[in-house]
Design a protein around this ligand. Structure first.
Ligand code: TPP
Ligand code: MG
Length: 301
């Protein structure tokens, strides 16, 4: 596919080689274009792009705390409306998984409930990476992090991942989708749809992290591909309450094809791999069971 040539994140930022988060932001911005304002919570993306007095952002960018990213975006939304230029600007709120699944979730939920208009992108690298790989509500079952260490007492994180896109969809918003840098046509189409929504739209982005997941930096896209091929990160959208898969592998690969590529899972026993396999299958089957039904529409609107 032909990608827009313009870059809105300058090269020379300080992200790690192979960073899935910065690649996601790069492509989301290309899809959104130059008339974009970004609100960005604390986290790796903020730190690597804005070491004072420099910035890698070629568009207006506002730093927010974890807690209030969606509240800051709400204010900008209303400010643009008051000036009569709301329709001319794409407003993006970008936060990591710590910001989105945990600390800033209250302000996100509130902004949705108040009916604001902006696109929220949760760049999910499945831990608090910037402060040294602490577990978050997005960290998957049995992943080794510094606060869910694989050792004698526990074998990585005990709890499963929070299903944030479904929780957001339950608010009754008009557009929720999952996106992956391993499928750019799908990503661009979803960003365009999200930007058309008249209320908060939500994109959950899969962002492999080289130091946190412990794999060679050349494998980022391969890992993201495997996540979708195994059902770990299905690509779907929920539009006006109807869930549809946008990519559906003919047959899911065994989840171990994904796990074995990453050091954060290297401690797993066969029985734990089986538990993850069952867990992934159950969640995938749940999505299949609600595909094309009006479940979100009728239950939550
Ligand atoms: C309220 C608050 N708690 C803790 C911190 C310290 N802190 C800065 S970045 C960060 C990690 C961010 O994690 P995430 O949102 O997942 O983004 P990532 O760095 O993984 O991209 C933390 C905990 C902070 N800045 N503010
Ligand atoms: Mg993170």
């Amino acid at each position: 596919m032909g990608l827009p040539r313009e870059e809105y994140i300058a090269s020379g930022h300080r992200a790690c080689a192979g960073c899935g988060e910065i690649l996601t932001i790069r492509h989301v911005l290309k899809a959104s274009g130059k008339n974009t304002i970004v609100v960005n919570a604390t986290g790796c993306a903020e730190v690597v792009t804005t070491p004072y007095p420099q910035t890698a952002w070629k568009i207006p960018w506002v730093h927010s705390a974890f807690e209030n990213i969606a509240a800051v975006a709400s204010g900008i939304d209303k400010g643009l409306e008051c000036r009569g230029i709301r329709d001319k600007i794409n407003l993006l709120a970008i936060g990591g998984d710590g910001a989105s699944f945990d600390i800033g979730f209250g302000s996100l939920s509130g902004a949705i409930e108040r009916g604001h208009k902006f696109t929220y992108i949760a760049t999910d690298n499945e831990a608090y990476m910037n402060t040294g790989i602490q577990r978050s509500g997005a960290t998957p079952l049995f992943a080794n992090t510094t606060t869910s260490p694989a050792g004698k007492k526990i074998h990585g994180k005990i709890e499963p991942k929070k299903p944030l896109p479904l929780i957001v969809a339950a608010h009754g918003v008009s557009y929720v989708a999952t996106i992956s840098i391993a499928d750019l046509p799908d990503l661009y189409a979803k960003v365009k749809k999200a930007l058309k929504a008249e209320v908060v739209s939500f994109l959950h982005a899969f962002c492999p992290c080289v130091p946190g997941w412990k794999y060679p930096s050349s494998k980022t896209i391969e890992i993201a591909k495997k996540a979708t091929a195994t059902g770990v990160f299905p690509l779907y959208e929920i539009e006006n309450g109807i869930l549809k898969f946008t990519r559906k592998p003919a047959k899911l690969e065994p989840v171990n094809n994904y796990l074995k590529m990453q050091g954060r899972f290297k401690h797993l026993s066969q029985s734990e791999i089986r538990q993850i396999q069952n867990y992934v299958k159950e969640r995938y089957n749940f999505l299949l069971s609600v595909e094309n039904s009006k479940c979100f529409d009728t239950l939550f609107k």
